[in-house]
Ligand binder design. Structure first.
Ligand code: ADP
Length: 168
C-alpha cells in the first residue's frame, strides 16, 4: 500500500472510498461531516437513516458505509472518532479502530483507493500529533490485498505540517 499526503478538501479528491469523521447518530454535523453531506447530497443522509433504523447509529471506533451520491467516489465510509477526554477513556485504541475498521470495509468491498480526513482532530479535540502517529501506524500495520493507495487529506495547515514531517 502506498501512502499519499494531500492538503485540501476531501470532497474534491477522486477515490473509491472517502472516509467521513461522522458522529454516532450518523445524522451529519459540522466540519468534514457537513462538507461530505453537502457535497454528496441527500442520498447519503437517506442511507445513513436506514442504517440508524437497522442498528441505531454507529458506535465509536466502528465504521459503516453508504454510497457517495455526487461525490467523486463509489462509497463513503462513516467512522466515529473518539472525543478526547484527556486520554483516560481508551481514546487512542478507539482512534486506531476507526482506521482499521475503515480499511477492513474498503478491503471487503474490493476497493483500491481510500482517503482519510484527520479523524477526531477538529471539534473532538484529539491532540493532532498523537492522532497523526496513530493514523500512520494503523495504516502501515494493515496488510491488504486490494487497497493500493491510502490518501491522508489534511485540511488545516497544522495537520499537514505534522503529517509531512512524520511521513518524510
Ligand atoms: P471530529 O469531530 O472528528 O473532530 P471535524 O470535522 O471537526 O471532526 O474535524 C476533523 C478534521 O477534519 C479536522 O482536522 C478538520 O480540519 C478537517 N476537515 C474539515 N473540513 C474538511 C474537508 N472539507 N476536507 C478534509 N478535512 C476537513
Amino acid at each position: 500500500m502506498e501512502i499519499k499526503l494531500v492538503k485540501g478538501d476531501i470532497t474534491k479528491i477522486s477515490v473509491d472510498a472517502i472516509v467521513n469523521a461522522a458522529n454516532s447518530s450518523l445524522m451529519g454535523g459540522g466540519g468534514v461531516d457537513g462538507a461530505i453531506h453537502r457535497a454528496g447530497g441527500k442520498i447519503i443522509h437517506d442511507e445513513c437513516m436506514k442504517i440508524v433504523e437497522k442498528q441505531g447509529g454507529c458506535p465509536t471506533g466502528e465504521a459503516v458505509y453508504t454510497s457517495a451520491g455526487n461525490l467523486p467516489a463509489k462509497f463513503v465510509i462513516h467512522t466515529v472518532g473518539p472525543i478526547w477526554y484527556g486520554g483516560k477513556r481508551n481514546e487512542e485504541d478507539l482512534l486506531k479502530s476507526c482506521y482499521i475498521n475503515s480499511l477492513k470495509l474498503a478491503e471487503n468491498l474490493n476497493l483500491k483507493t481510500i482517503s482519510f480526513p484527520n479523524i477526531s482532530t477538529g471539534v473532538y479535540h484529539f491532540p493532532k500529533e498523537k492522532a497523526a502517529k496513530i493514523a500512520i501506524d494503523s495504516v502501515k500495520s494493515f496488510s491488504s490485498k486490494n487497497i493500493e493507495t491510502v490518501y491522508f487529506v489534511c485540511f488545516d495547515e497544522e495537520n499537514y505540517q505534522i503529517y509531512l514531517k512524520m511521513l518524510s
